[in-house]
Design a protein around this ligand. Structure first.
Ligand code: GDP
Length: 327
C-alpha cells in the first residue's frame, strides 16, 4: 500500500474526504462547517479538504435566484427542488444573504421555509453562513458549492435576497441567474434595478395563479425590457416565463429553459472566467491586507490626510508608500 498514489501524496487524505465523496450528508455538513470556521487551523484543514475533493466537483448546473422579499423565492425553490428531486436529481439549496453578514441572522436559518424539500432524501439545504463580510459569505458559498458537487449534488440552487450587491456575487458563482418578479410588472419594473435585470438569463413572473392576465402582460413587458437590454451578438437571449410556485404551473417550462441555456452557452468557458476573476479578487484582497499590515494602517491614514489637506498630490502620497512601483 505504501506506493499507492494517495499515500504518496504530500498531504494526508482529510478524514472527511472519502465519506464526503461517497455522498454522506453528515460529512458534507461537517465539511461546510469547517470551511465556515475562522480559526486558522480550521482554514488550513478546509483548504486541504477542498483541494482533495476539487477533482470531483464541477458536475452540476448552478442556478442563482433572486427577487424582492415576498416574491416567493422559498416557495418557488421548494416547488422546483421537489420536482427535480422526485426525478432523481440531487438538489442542494444555498443562500447568500448580506443581512446575515451584518447581523448574524439568516434568511435560510429557518428550514421550515422549505418543509417538503428539507425532508426529501435527494435534497440538502444549508443556511447562509452568518457573520463576516459579504465577500466572506460569498467565498464560503463558493466553497460550499464545491463540497456539494463533490458529494454528488447535481443541481445547485443559490438564493439571494433582491437587494444590493449580493446579486452580482451570486451571478459570479453560478451558470445562470434567474430573476423572480410579480404579476404587477409595470410597478415592479420600476423597483428592479437595471443592473439586476442585466444579470438575468431567465425572468419568471411568479404567482401567475393570482392574476393570470396581469401575469401574461408582465411577461410581455419583461420580454420587451430584456430584448432592449441584450446585445445583438449575445450567445443567449434572456427569456421571460410565468409560473406559480403554489400550483406548480410553469415549473417544468422553467427547467426546460435552464436545460436549453446549458445546451446553448459554453458553461466551461464561463466557469473558467469566473474562477480567474475570483482568484484575482482574492489576490487583490490578500495583497492589500498584507501591504496594510506591513506599512501600518496609521501611516496610510496619515498620508491620506496629507493628500486631503493638499500637502501632497495623490501620486506623491502613493509614491511615499511604494517608491519602487514608480521607478
Ligand atoms: P420570499 O420572501 O421571496 O422567499 O417569498 P416566500 O416564498 O416566503 O412567499 C411569500 C408569500 O407568497 C407566501 O405566503 C407564499 O405562500 C406566497 N406565494 C409564493 N409563491 C406563490 C405563488 O406562486 N402563488 C401564490 N398564490 N402565492 C405564492
Amino acid at each position: 500500500m505504501s506506493d499507492s498514489p494517495a499515500l504518496a501524496a504530500p498531504e494526508p487524505v482529510h478524514p472527511l474526504a472519502l465519506p464526503l465523496l461517497s455522498g454522506s450528508r453528515r460529512a458534507l455538513a461537517k465539511a461546510i462547517t469547517l470551511t465556515e470556521s475562522t480559526r486558522p487551523e480550521h482554514e488550513v484543514q478546509a483548504q486541504r479538504l477542498l483541494a482533495q475533493v476539487l477533482p470531483r466537483a464541477g458536475r452540476s448546473i448552478r442556478v442563482g435566484l433572486t427577487g424582492v422579499p415576498g416574491v416567493g423565492k422559498s416557495t418557488f425553490i421548494e416547488a422546483l427542488g421537489v420536482w427535480l428531486a422526485n426525478q432523481g436529481r440531487r438538489v442542494a439549496v444555498l443562500a447568500v444573504d448580506p443581512s446575515s453578514a451584518r447581523t448574524g441572522g439568516s434568511i435560510m436559518g429557518d428550514k421550515t421555509r422549505m418543509p417538503a424539500l428539507t425532508v426529501h432524501p435527494n435534497a440538502f439545504i444549508r443556511p447562509s453562513p452568518s457573520g463576516g463580510t459579504l465577500g466572506g459569505v460569498a467565498r464560503r458559498t463558493r466553497e460550499t458549492i464545491t463540497l456539494c458537487e463533490a458529494a454528488g449534488y447535481d443541481v445547485l440552487l443559490v438564493e439571494t435576497v433582491g437587494v444590493g450587491q449580493s446579486e452580482t456575487q451570486v451571478a459570479a458563482m453560478t451558470d445562470l441567474f434567474v430573476l423572480l418578479t410579480l404579476p404587477n410588472a409595470g410597478d415592479e419594473l420600476q423597483g428592479i434595478k437595471r443592473g439586476i435585470m442585466e444579470l438575468a438569463d431567465l425572468c419568471v413572473v411568479n404567482k401567475a395563479d393570482t392574476n393570470p392576465k396581469a401575469a401574461t402582460r408582465a411577461q410581455t413587458e419583461l420580454r420587451t425590457a430584456l430584448t432592449l437590454l441584450t446585445p445583438h451578438d449575445a450567445p443567449w437571449r434572456p427569456v421571460a416565463l410565468k409560473a406559480s410556485a403554489v400550483t406548480g404551473e410553469g415549473i417544468p417550462e422553467v427547467w426546460a429553459q435552464v436545460e436549453q441555456y446549458a445546451a446553448t452557452v459554453d458553461l466551461g468557458a464561463r466557469r473558467h472566467k469566473q474562477t480567474a476573476v475570483w482568484f484575482d479578487d482574492l489576490l487583490r484582497e490578500a495583497a492589500w491586507k498584507a501591504f496594510r499590515a506591513g506599512v501600518g494602517a496609521e501611516r496610510i491614514a496619515q498620508l491620506r490626510a496629507e493628500v486631503q489637506a493638499g500637502a501632497l498630490t495623490p501620486v506623491q502620497g502613493v509614491q511615499a508608500l511604494l517608491p519602487q512601483m514608480w521607478s
